[in-house]
Design a protein around this ligand. Structure first.
Ligand code: DGL
Length: 279
């Protein structure tokens, strides 16, 4: 598979462990409607949140290199977990712009009135050095309550945000934040915005939820402009998965709210036939 055979012209490649990063893709498309995008869900290795950091680094570097080799002009790591453990390794391994995510602690600190902030994220994200640095930079003098939401991304992706499994997990993870009287909650995993309604229902009215999709889109816009890589696309969109596309097409359509072409793609499978897009 190469991008040009799917009529994508030097797309921005966006990747996540699964379909959570579509919440970021939505914001990217809103701000950059003329860019072509390739969205990759590494479904075969989903979920990332409980995998060893070493494995994730190697896997994400392989994905990033293959995306660059296939002709991506920029990469967005639409996954807090992958960003937390692999952003530096990815940046060292490719020479296209790389936009990484981090839980929106900085905007949350600015928004919070009572200085009590909840962070919902995966175990890997919360225990990462990157998150510890964020805490040191913005958490001073605030009460930050981190909840490692084991199983939540998986339940959102595989059972849907309205499922009883998601409800039970949210009862477990959000109720302590409510008890801690937070007034701001960071959605520190790209799957969680799919369940923002269900999360908000478990918090006091007026509690602010912080999602970083729009900020990531602004950052990508700046990087593309600064490196003269903006434009040249036609607003085309293609999704890929490292698992069976036929088994996932319905789920993708339900989440995305419209049909979206989905093909098989995986780093090791492209190595033989990649050809960069002609620019
Ligand atoms: N969506 C990913 C994130 O933002 C991770 C979910 C997972 O694979 O555990 O952290």
């Amino acid at each position: 598979m190469n991008f040009s055979s799917h009529t994508l012209h030097s797309p921005v490649a966006v990747f996540d462990s699964g379909f959570g990063g579509l919440t970021v893709l939505r914001a990217l498309r809103e701000q950059l409607p003329e860019e072509d995008f390739f969205y990759f869900a590494d479904t075969r290795y989903f979920p990332y949140g409980e995998r060893p950091a070493e494995f994730l680094r190697a896997r994400c570097v392989a994905i990033a290199q293959a995306l660059q080799q296939a002709g991506a002009k920029a990469l967005v790591i639409a996954c807090n977990t992958a960003s937390a453990v692999a952003a530096e390794a990815i940046r060292a391994a490719v020479n296209v712009p790389v936009v990484a995510l981090e839980p929106g602690l900085k905007p949350a600190v600015e928004l919070s009135r009572n200085g009590r902030i909840g962070v919902l994220a995966t175990q890997r994200t919360l225990e990462s050095e990157r998150f510890q640095r964020l805490l040191a930079s913005y958490g001073a003098g605030k009460e930050i309550f981190g909840e490692a939401c084991t199983g939540l991304a998986d339940a959102i992706e595989n059972e849907g945000p309205n499922s009883s499994k998601v409800a039970a997990l949210l009862d477990r993870y959000v109720t302590p934040l409510q008890a801690a009287q937070v007034d701001t909650v960071v959605l520190g995993c790209t799957h969680y915005p799919w369940a923002s309604l269900q999360i908000a229902q478990r918090l006091s009215p007026g509690t602010q939820l912080v999602d970083t999709g729009a900020a990531v889109a602004r950052q990508l816009t700046r990087r593309l402009q600064a490196e003269q890589r903006a434009g040249g696309g036609q607003g085309r969109l293609l999704a890929g998965t490292s698992a069976d596309p036929a088994a996932l097409a319905d789920k993708l359509e339900r989440l995305w709210g419209a049909s979206l072409p989905l093909v098989f793609w995986a780093p090791q499978a492209v190595a033989a036939d990649v050809r960069p897009c002609v620019s």
